[in-house]
Design a protein around this ligand. Structure first.
Ligand SMILES: [Zn+2]
Length: 480
């Protein structure tokens, strides 16, 4: 017997088809098979499951077979359309929208149903597109990195926008203060509020109606992380962002808000002047750049990649590597050989064991930068690496340049030198033959499963964010 809703719908349509082709009304057929017309109507609408004995009676009364009634095929084109619409309107994707389903009437034309079905098909297509697989996400991330590489990791429009905003807020020279960040927010019509109950999935929440940006409280008084978060929240407004349509769009927006925050923390004019002077003095150093503008080592290193190709005509690379050797953030336009997966993604791949980015973890004194020359199949690179740690473990930040440009940097006289043939596996990924022979077939390691670097774009308007949490949070605070 048919038991699912869908099969019952088809069965109902088949019964109706045979009844009407016999010219019988609901009441007439009902009388012949011994039930009320209203009961028969429920069966035809797929709302009630008929007993086998009743099906036999209906088959007999309409001159057909039970097997024909339960065949599962829509009896005609109209029924097929109605069945498909029923399926679309009971799908989770549609029900999530909270829209009342259309009730099909006899007078409704096939064209009307086809048009509604067209909308459902498009809705499903867009839904599939929005839920990017991790592989699609990595692809989008790689495309974005390559696009930025083409333009020297430099975005002139956002640089200019940040300079304008800083000027309007009265920022002079030196590190950007929390006070100036608040003034910038004020000019945009926002008040910065620090709360300790932000939804877990968010870094900040903006209340557009009341003009408030909610941020977490500073874990370290005077810590600088908050400026960046506030600037990023403002950047969404300044750059006119609308809810992202797909993962690539989401990544692009994230890049832009990060870029804006970086421009505000190290403005182009002041940053370039500083770097040009340091180059002239042959004393370029990430740590000096970092200290001059009061930003993290990572922010200073990344900012160098924005400004140095455009303004100092220097190609360079940036790596953030975890203590376990995985590359978590990367930029290069100096042809440093990097590991990549089939999609072209570098993030999550292991950095060469002999790279400065990993050798630095072995140093006894890790309070200052570690310098190293590394020979690679693409030439020799000079690198500067600083290690650090978070609650999630150790990491290293590296900035490096091709050999010829090492002369502008502090640490060029280092005697540390390494030789890498990566991505050749015999470089550092394969064990020496003697050990391999010894252990092959006699070892069984159990792999640790890594969480994906990029989770798929979840439903709802805000990627990675629980809408319900956010709206409840805003509700809680709106009355304050
Ligand atoms: Zn290697």
């Amino acid at each position: 017997m048919p038991s699912t809703g869908l099969e019952l719908t088809t069965l109902g349509h088949r019964i109706r088809h045979h009844r009407t082709s016999r010219g019988l009304t609901l009441d007439e057929l009902g009388a012949q098979v011994g039930i009320a017309g209203s009961q028969l109507s429920l069966i035809e609408n797929g709302k009630r499951e008929p007993k086998l004995s009743l099906l036999q009676a209906i088959a007999e009364a309409t001159g057909t077979e039970v097997a024909d009634l339960i065949s599962g095929e829509p009896p005609n084109r109209r029924a097929a359309l109605e069945i498909e619409l029923d399926r679309a309107q009971t799908s989770p994707v549609f029900r999530q929208l909270g829209i009342t389903p259309v009730r099909v009437t006899k007078g409704m034309s096939d064209e009307t149903i086809e048009s509604i079905l067209g909308l459902h098909h498009e809705l499903h297509r867009r839904e599939r597109e929005a839920i990017a697989t991790p592989e699609e996400a990595r692809r989008a991330n790689t495309e974005l990195r390559l696009r930025m590489r083409e333009q020297g990791n430099y975005l002139a429009d956002i640089e200019a926008l940040a300079e304008k905003q800083l000027k309007a807020a009265g920022h002079g020279t030196g590190a950007l203060t929390h006070r100036t960040v608040s003034l910038m927010a004020e000019k945009l019509g926002f008040e910065l509020l620090y709360v300790d109950d932000l939804p877990h999935s968010t870094r900040s929440v903006t209340d557009l109606e009341h003009g408030r940006i909610y941020l977490p409280p500073a874990s370290i008084p005077g810590g600088h992380g908050l400026r960046s978060m506030a600037l990023q929240a403002m950047a969404h407004r300044l750059l006119g962002h609308t809810p992202p349509t797909d993962y690539a769009d989401f990544l692009q927006q994230r890049l832009e808000i990060n870029y804006f925050a970086a421009c505000a923390l190290i403005p182009e004019t002041a940053g370039v002047a500083f770097l040009q002077q340091a180059k002239k003095d042959r004393n370029l150093a990430v740590e000096d750049f970092r200290d001059a503008f009061g930003v993290t080592h990572e922010a200073a290193a990344m900012r160098m990649t924005n400004l140095m190709t455009e303004h100092l005509d220097m190609r360079l690379h940036f790596l953030r590597v975890d203590e376990n050797g995985a590359i978590t953030r990367v930029y290069e336009n100096d042809d440093l050989p990097l590991p990549m997966d089939i999609t072209g993604a570098v993030e999550g791949q292991p950095a060469c064991r002999w790279f400065s980015a990993r050798a630095a973890f072995e140093q006894r004194n890790r309070t200052t930068e570690y310098y190293q020359y590394t020979d690679t199949p693409s030439g020799t690179f000079w690198c500067s690496t600083q290690t650090g740690s978070t609650s999630a473990g150790g990491f290293s930040i590296t900035v490096g340049v091709p050999f010829d440009d090492a002369r502008w940097w502090r640490g060029r006289e280092t005697t540390h030198r390494a030789h890498s043939t990566c991505p050749d596996e015999s470089c550092c990924r394969r064990a020496p033959a003697t050990i391999t022979d010894r252990w092959q077939g006699k070892a069984w390691p159990s792999a640790r499963v890594h969480t994906h670097m990029f989770s798929p774009l979840p439903r709802g308007a805000f990627p990675g964010v629980d809408d319900n949490e956010v709206y409840s949070f805003l509700d809680r605070h709106a009355g304050e």
